[in-house]
Write a protein that binds this ligand. Structure first.
Ligand code: PNS
Length: 164
């Protein structure tokens, strides 16, 4: 059985992430969407909130699981016998950082391959940061994120809970 992990900040999950999840879930027997820690990013949502929103968004995919991990990705990959690390590539600007991460991860642990999926053109401009900025400037994010995410963002703005 081929197991893949799709790690990311997912702050929050967007339709671009969902596109990668859907396509990766057809390649792997099991796909784990992993809420991981990017030290260079400050989040809007907690890991638990992000995981809940992902779970709600992928409920129709039978071979997709969600997990959270605070440590090094390769440690998770080793512990869980992962075969592939899936990452989405939107544009050339993503490539340099993604290449560095893939090489570093392979140096640390050579038992898994990084698999890049090119983002579908309709999502190639989309990022969680852009969605958050749009939302903070009172723009509508409904066409860029699942409905549960839009609701959770509105709840955050009101200082409320996100159904934890
Ligand atoms: O969605 P992002 O922010 O582009 O995802 C980046 C992420 C979370 C996959 C990356 O920062 C990561 O792997 N974090 C876990 C800690 C780790 O292993 N860091 C070394 C990466 S080379």
């Amino acid at each position: 059985m081929k197991v893949a992990v799709y790690p990311g900040s997912f702050d929050p999950i967007t339709n671009g992430h969902l596109d990668i999840i859907e396509r990766a879930s057809k390649i792997a027997d099991k796909l784990i969407v992993l809420v991981a820690h990017n030290i260079s990013k400050n989040g809007m949502f907690t890991s638990t909130e992000k995981a809940r929103l992902i779970k709600e968004s992928v409920k129709n995919f039978s071979n997709v699981e969600i997990d959270c991990f605070e440590g090094l990705l390769v440690e998770y990959v080793k512990e869980n016998n992962i075969n592939f690390i899936v990452r989405g590539l939107r544009a050339i600007s993503d490539f340099e950082m993604e290449l560095q991460m893939a090489i570093l991860n392979r140096k640390l642990y050579s038992g898994a391959e990084t698999l890049f999926l090119m983002t579908s053109t309709e999502h190639s401009y989309l990022s969680s940061s852009m969605v958050k900025e749009l939302f903070q400037m009172n723009g509508s994010v409904s066409q860029f994120v699942p409905e549960c995410v839009e609701i959770a963002m509105k709840n955050k703005l009101c200082g409320g809970e996100t159904n934890e």
